[in-house]
Design a protein around this ligand. Structure first.
Ligand code: ATR
Length: 273
């Protein structure tokens, strides 16, 4: 029986066991996927002993994504560019790592708003770890004008300079003036979870009518940002699909079947939110 895990702290709220459990049952695979609470000082041991403990791999989640990247030398291009890993597996006796968040972001838009790939200009709100994955995905998709706006301008500056001249950095006070020609607007901050903020909503009225608006927050599923965008007729894509799609490459590595993101899976996870 193949065993996989998600390691984080805290980890009990992770939706990954339900997600992978759904696919294991769906495809009739003899396997397991368990959540393991791992302290920062335990991560190295988990990674180095995972094969001995019978694991074929797993997911690494908050707060370990960056430190796991530092511990694993064999990581793919996405993980290197993002500086964090979320998926590990055993290959030829060694530990390999990837970051599938950027893949999840792109695959979600591919499935819900394929025209996003025709875009060139994006406005990204936030400059944390999630933003790094989104900016990488946008660059990979061919975007050449990526405006990163963040409360702490210095963080936006660091992120923009990491990814080079196709990216620019801005403070939130500039948001209103950054909306022209934007093809895709992405919220990568936790703002939509509380509903407390309103400044990102101001942006909505200024975006072009053809702009696709997406939020990586999925609790609530319809964030205030998405509601406001829908109200003025903009195409919106919620963040749940990114969670579902980022899980696909890991499941395939561990269990040998490329799983499908179906309405049934989405409904199953929705009921747990
Ligand atoms: P993640 O890995 O999920 O991206 P993170 O690295 O903590 O998490 O980043 C959170 C992002 O949300 C940051 O861009 C943060 O802005 P700062 O860099 O200024 O901290 C943004 N954020 C969180 N709360 C915010 C708030 N109340 N107003 C504006 N931005 C906020």
């Amino acid at each position: 029986m193949k065993k996989a895990f998600v390691a984080g702290m805290p980890v009990e709220h992770s939706k990954s066991p339900a997600l992978h459990g759904f696919w294991l049952a769906e495809y009739g695979i003899q396997g397991s996927y368990e959540a393991i609470a791992v302290q920062p000082n335990e991560l190295k041991t988990l990674i180095s002993t995972m094969s001995d403990r019978g694991f074929v791999g797993g997911n690494i989640t908050i707060p370990h994504k960056e430190s796991a990247f530092d511990m694993i030398s064999a990581s793919d291009d996405a993980a290197k560019a993002i500086g964090a890993v979320n998926t590990v597996w055993i290959e030829e006796g060694g530990v390999r790592a990837s970051n599938t968040d950027a893949y999840g972001f792109s695959a979600n838009l591919d499935s819900e708003a394929l025209a996003w790939r025709d875009g060139q200009c994006a406005l990204v709100l936030g400059a944390g770890g999630a933003s790094r994955a989104v900016v990488y995905a946008l660059l990979e998709a061919g975007f050449d004008n990526i405006r990163i706006a963040n409360r702490t301008t210095e963080r936006a500056k660091m992120l923009a300079s990491h990814f080079g001249q196709k990216c620019s950095h801005h403070g939130l006070d500039e948001l209103g003036s950054l909306c022209s020609n934007v093809d895709v607007f992405v919220n990568t901050t936790s703002l939509g979870m509380t509903g407390e903020s309103s400044f990102e909503l101001v942006v909505i009225s200024k975006l072009p009518q053809s702009c696709i608006v997406t939020d990586i927050v999925y609790t609530p599923l319809r964030t205030p940002l998405l509601e406001a965008a829908s109200a003025v007729g903009l195409k919106t894509v919620d963040g749940l699909g990114m969670l579902l799609h980022q899980a696909v490459p890991g499941f395939e590595k561990w269990f040998g079947v490329r799983p499908e993101v179906t309405p049934q899976l989405r409904q199953h996870i929705l009921e747990l939110l």
